[in-house]
Design a protein around this ligand. Structure first.
Ligand code: FES
Length: 642
């Protein structure tokens, strides 16, 4: 026969091709996913395959001989230069010589799976919006007048089948010198198969994208290799808008009182993004101009300020968003100093207090893909809550205030070295032991004093407050209505009168740390708001229990879910089904960065979300009052009893 059977694994696609057909060409015609930047010239090394020998019988192919052509000259050079793995061949430069089974390794697939972190709920599949295409452009010819850009577009159509591409002006501005420098061989970056956004002389192998979570306290960015999905640098910094106000509402009031203040806050956050991009690029050893795509999430106020929209309407009822659509734009429109052709995509907001960060959480967790009734809870100054499953998705936000972050608590502080983060209280003697951030020892272990001599014991962070209050409740020092029980003063001198109420001395000595009645009240108000928000959604959904709770954000990854439940921050749930989702909003941004199809999916999903406004919901107040009790006035907690 003068043709041969070729089978590709793992896809299982098969077909007959004339002997001598390049493997990549056969793969293309069968729709097998094999990556390529150089278009089959044997120089990019993306198209590697192996001849799968053990698979022969399975696919009805009996010949075990080497039915692929040997490496060509180009490949030998390639192998020397880049260390092609043993047994691997470049499919573009390897021909079929007989029946053969070809294995396409994961690393050679365009739509490969990205290695994910254990805490992330979904796999990320790679399908970046920006792809690189190496082309050889025809030289200019007086007899065939066509512009440089026209001949570039012709080459992209001829070699890659990309039709009717638009060109970014920044590309046109740099095109002529780049074409000449590359000797008419260039690599073009094409955005969404629609527009050429950048061009480099010769072969450009990798470009990068940045996924950013613009938090009101911290801005965090992941720099990702767009060809592998790998995170090559992760950086973060304080949001410099903090100088306009610690929390969101004080930043909005700053704008109300200082006309034009929104311009300063927009400039501040954009400046921070540029610093993060420069820092991430330096860490990864790349140029900022290698960054071609950025995705961003943030709460509604952050979202508006980032886009240069005055957020004052979000400062009061009826909390109207300027837009609830996703925003796709040039990164330069956000004053980002990346590649001049770089694009940006801002995920959509959902409602006045439910932002693009929650859209990111939904994208990371995909509660809509299963039957399990899941509550997604992102605790910040506002808790953003989503409840639902395949059938329905509900969302609301609840004004928890900053108490969970250690604000409004006498001895409260941000999570930093020296802050108490774990607490145990002996139920008989009421003696406490605790651990601080930055030291692995418990306070009653030998060496604790020496180990903390440098950092000190400076206060209690959010997770520490939850634990100390829950432990005091379990030790009956705090009653179900939240009062510190003065009768317990008879048990331990740590419980003592303080004005008309009582207090508990967690730590005596130079850096005394005391829990006051006002601290308990502040946490009660915050936790009641959180639980009332969740219960309001449960009520709307017509259920009296949730099957699974995922806690997003930094706070969620630090608190002990048992204590959060004991205190009644959360409704009752099987404790093993309550877990941290890590920085789910940031993960959502990364998913939207690496898989462009997910952008359309989250836009459609967000439109399906039913928004509940807690501020006008009459039942919210009733739920709130019930949830003030520890853990709740009426709802049972069967899973705690176990
Ligand atoms: Fe580039 Fe084969 S496609 S080396």
């Amino acid at each position: 026969a003068d043709d041969a059977l070729i089978v590709f694994t793992p896809s299982g696609r098969r077909g007959r091709f004339p002997l001598g057909t390049p493997v990549l060409q056969a793969a293309r015609s069968l729709g097998v996913d094999i990556d390529s930047v150089c278009g089959g010239r044997g120089i990019c090394g993306r198209c590697q395959v192996t001849q799968a020998e053990g698979e022969f019988a399975k696919h009805g192919i009996v010949s075990a001989a080497d039915h692929l052509s040997a490496f060509g000259v180009v490949e030998e050079k390639y192998q020397r230069l880049r260390g092609l793995q043993d047994g691997r061949r470049l499919s573009c430069s390897t021909q079929i010589l007989g029946d053969v089974v070809i294995d396409v390794p994961e690393t050679s697939q365009v739509h490969r799976q990205v290695v994910r972190k254990a805490v992330e709920a979904v796999d990320i599949e790679l399908d970046a919006a920006v792809r690189l295409h190496y082309v050889e452009v025809a030289e200019p010819d007086m007899h065939l007048p066509a512009s440089d850009q026209r001949r570039l577009l012709d080459a992209l159509e001829r070699e890659w089948g990309l039709k009717d591409l638009a060109c970014d002006l920044s590309l046109t501005q740099s095109l002529q010198p780049v074409l000449r420098k590359g000797g008419w061989a260039v690599t073009a970056a094409v955005y969404d198969e629609r527009e050429v956004v950048a061009v480099w002389p010769g072969l450009k192998e990798t470009v990068y994208g940045m996924a950013v979570d613009v938090g009101s306290t911290t801005v965090a960015a992941h720099l990702c290799d767009l060809s592998t999905g790998e995170v090559v640098a992760s950086v973060g910094r304080m949001n410099p808008q903090i100088r306009f106000g610690e929390d969101l509402m004080s930043r909005v009031s700053y704008i109300m009182m200082n006309p034009g203040g929104e311009i300063d806050q927009t400039a501040a956050v954009r400046e921070a993004l540029n610093e993060l991009a420069a820092q991430a690029a330096a860490e990864a050893g790349i140029e900022v101009t290698d960054i071609l795509d950025v995705t961003l999430v943030g709460n509604p106020v952050m979202h508006h300020l980032l886009l240069g929209i005055n957020p004052v309407e979000l400062g009061g009822a009826p909390f109207a968003l300027a837009t609830d659509q996703a925003t796709a734009l040039r990164a330069s429109e956000l004053e980002l100093k990346l590649n001049p052709g770089a694009r940006a995509y801002v995920l959509p907001c959902i409602a006045g207090h439910v932002g693009a960060d929650t859209a990111g959480v939904i994208l990371a967790e995909r509660p809509d893909q299963g039957e399990t009734l899941t509550a997604l809870v992102d605790v910040g100054t506002n808790a953003e809550i989503v409840l639902g499953n395949r059938e329905r998705l509900l969302a609301c936000s609840s004004p928890t205030g900053p108490a969970f972050e250690g604000a409004q608590i006498c001895c409260g502080q941000r999570a930093a070295p020296g802050a108490i983060e774990r607490v145990r209280i002996d139920p008989t003697t009421l003696e406490p032991r605790f651990r601080v951030i930055g030291c692995d020892l418990w306070s009653d272990q030998p060496g604790f004093a020496e180990a903390t001599a440098q950092i000190g014991v400076t206060g209690i962070c959010g997770s520490g407050i939850i634990e100390v209050l829950a432990e005091l409740f379990l030790a009956r020092v705090i009653k179900a209505d939240g009062t510190i029980d003065g009768a317990m003063a008879a048990v331990s001198p740590r419980v003592r009168p303080e004005g008309v109420t009582f207090a508990y001395d967690l730590r005596l000595g130079a850096q005394q740390i005391t829990i006051y009645q006002t601290d308990v009240r502040a946490i009660q108000l915050a936790k009641a708001a959180l639980q009332a928000g969740i219960r309001l959604l449960m009520e709307r959904m017509g259920v009296d229990a949730v099957q699974r709770i995922r806690l997003a954000g930094a706070f969620g990854s630090h608190i002990d879910v048992k204590y959060a439940t004991v205190l009644g921050m959360l409704p009752d749930c099987e404790l093993s089904n309550v877990s941290s989702a890590g920085n789910a909003a940031g993960t959502g941004a990364r998913i939207a960065l690496l898989d462009k199809r997910k952008r359309g999916e989250i836009e459609a999903l967000v439109r399906r979300v039913e928004k509940i406004e807690t501020a006008i919901e009459p039942n919210f107040q009733a739920q709130f009052v019930e949830a003030m009790a520890i853990p709740h006035r009426s709802a049972p907690y069967p899973h705690l009893a176990q």
